[in-house]
Design a protein around this ligand. Structure first.
Ligand SMILES: [Zn+2]
Length: 62
């Protein structure tokens, strides 16, 4: 079973979209900081997962 899901997020700093891999093995809300693939500035991701699937993603400026 693969517990990694690739999601596309929109960078809050430059507005470009880029893909990140999210661990979905644990239900609940996970916060992680990912550097934007385009402008390299960090974005805070708040990801809600249930049953191994991503339900919602919020992106904030750190
Ligand atoms: Zn960016």
């Amino acid at each position: 079973m693969d517990w990694l899901e690739e999601i596309l997020i929109e960078c809050p700093q430059c507005g470009e979209s880029f893909a990140v891999q999210i661990e979905t093995a644990v239900d609940g809300v996970v916060e992680t900081i990912e550097d934007c693939a385009i402008c390299c500035r960090p974005a805070l991701l708040r990801i809600t997962t249930t049953s191994g699937e991503v339900r919602s993603v919020e992106v904030e400026v750190t």
